[in-house]
Design a protein. Sequence first.
Length: 214
Amino acid sequence: METSQREEQHKAAEQRRKELLEAADRVVLREGPGASMNAIAAEAGITKPILYRHFGDKGGLYRALAVRHTDALLAGLRAALDAPTNRRERVETTLDSYLAAIEARPQVYRFLMHPADEGHPSDQGFDVGRHSAPLLRRMGEELAQVIVERVDLGPDGEELARAWGHGIVGMMHAAGDWWLRERPFPRGLLVRHLADLLWGRLATSGDRADGPGF
């Protein structure tokens, strides 16, 4: 009986956390980097102390939102990498998946990567680098795993895949950040330019015999 009650309480807490994150998403979509804990609490119909009880502080809420959006982004990248097309097309589709995601929800992207852009008082003391760096590292490790599973890079393949994974994520982040701010040309052109930069050795490497291919 106690186990059943604990399970119900856990489910209720998880559901409540999900509802609070959805409320935070709505505020972020409206206000971007200026989204405050006060505004999020008001959107959720609760007081700020209750919001703190769930997430601790703005850093805790940021991390929860980062996991939520990174999970969705990684799912899209994996789907693009596993698309039944040739390798060059999959590279372009993967790059486009990332760029399309940040283009579709620029306010969410700016909240995650540039939360102090608007100089909101609630951001005082909030270190974006301390919070965004783990997000980018996670994406780099995930992409490295995909590469090592699909491409035969020889005896040093795992080492090379990790270097490529983090390098590609860094490139996508930096190029995407610049492009989103300036919009100098259409997204499709940026995809082609970045794919050209990556193509080199990837074009000449074979698929792994024991993997799903790439």
